[in-house]
Design a protein around this ligand. Structure first.
Ligand SMILES: NC(=O)c1ccc[n+]([C@@H]2O[C@H](COP(=O)([O-])OP(=O)(O)OC[C@H]3O[C@@H](n4cnc5c(N)ncnc54)[C@H](O)[C@@H]3O)[C@@H](O)[C@H]2O)c1
Length: 279
């Protein structure tokens, strides 16, 4: 019996790349799947592949940044399969931009797809997930730690990490777990980086290598795991640091600029570097 037998899993942006690999892995584990992508032809091809593995499939061309389309997708999933048990907020756009020269429209689109998208999809899925509990898997990126030329993309992924931490806490009483993964894989998204000579980009790992991490987080095997961002980088699994306030704390009755300067000198050992996950 598969790990996701009888469950319905929605994977956004799954017409290619990592999303496609997640859909096929869920299909192999017995799930019914919603293959969502704005590229309908690619979504259809992935749907055919999942059907050939024996899965029941619904294709959706909903734009994750459009509330009505997202709600219609979730409603159609419930009408077709009776429930939603898992959501993978995978759809995203990726832009390599130089700060000071960011083209008009790029940050707006990135925020819409990469941040508003997961918010709208989660918003529409949660009432259904609440019925019997479930799992949400968000997708972040090493770029959230600060990588040159990926500031806008990285900021959207930092926002997704924040959503993960907040939703995990808020939805725990409903039996809904929320985690994220920060993957690296050779997909069309990263070919642009390689072509532009960005350092530290992994184009070698096949998307299929990451799929077991997503299946694990969707399934009961991870019943005790929530609020975590797992990093999977070139075959190595790790946990990305939770944002938190670091010790020590320095107190002062009335702060002057001098006091601040001295205190910051004392706090210097607690400084953390940017871009730490990029080997
Ligand atoms: N490939 C990597 O190394 C890597 C690294 C870190 C994070 N990620 C993340 O993994 C996820 C998948 O990345 P990928 O490399 O497979 O990218 P990809 O570009 O190959 O796939 C993204 C898919 O999302 C779809 N999409 C875009 N806008 C959409 C929208 N508004 N509504 C619905 N679908 C939409 C695209 O059509 C595309 O099929 C993304 O969230 C990405 O940020 C990837």
């Amino acid at each position: 019996m598969g790990l996701l037998e009888g469950e319905t899993i929605v994977v956004t942006g799954s017409g290619r790349g990592l999303g496609r690999a997640y859909v096929l892995a869920c299909a192999r584990e017995g799930a019914s799947v919603v293959v969502n992508d704005v590229d309908g032809e690619e979504a259809q091809t992935v749907a055919d592949e999942a059907r050939s593995l024996g899965a029941a499939v619904l294709v959706s061309t909903a734009d994750v940044g459009d509330r009505e389309q997202v709600e219609a997708m979730m409603d159609a999933a419930v009408r077709s399969f009776g429930s939603i048990d898992g959501l993978v907020n995978n759809a995203a756009v990726y832009d390599i931009v130089d700060v000071g020269q960011i083209p008009a429209g790029v940050p707006e689109r990135a925020l819409r797809v990469n941040v508003l998208g997961p918010v709208l999809c989660t918003e529409a899925a949660v009432p259904h997930l609440r019925r019997r509990g479930g799992s949400i898997v968000n997708i972040t990126s090493g770029a959230q730690c600060g990588m040159p030329r990926l500031s806008v993309y990285g900021a959207t992924k930092g926002a997704v990490a924040s959503l993960t931490y907040a939703w995990a806490t808020e939805l725990e009483p409903d039996g809904i777990r929320v985690n994220a993964i920060s993957p690296t894989a050779g997909t069309r998204m990263v070919t642009a980086s390689v072509a532009q000579g960005l350092a530290g980009i992994d184009a070698a790992t096949p998307p299929e290598d990451i799929a077991p991490v997503v299946v694990y987080l969707l399934s009961d095997r991870s019943a005790a795991v929530t609020g975590q961002v797992l990093r999977f980088d070139r075959g190595a699994l790790s946990v990305m640091a939770h944002p938190h306030v670091r010790e020590p704390m320095i107190r002062c009755d009335t702060w002057t600029v001098d006091d601040v300067a001295h205190a910051v000198d004392e706090l210097r050992p607690a400084f953390m570097g940017a871009g730490v996950v990029v080997a």
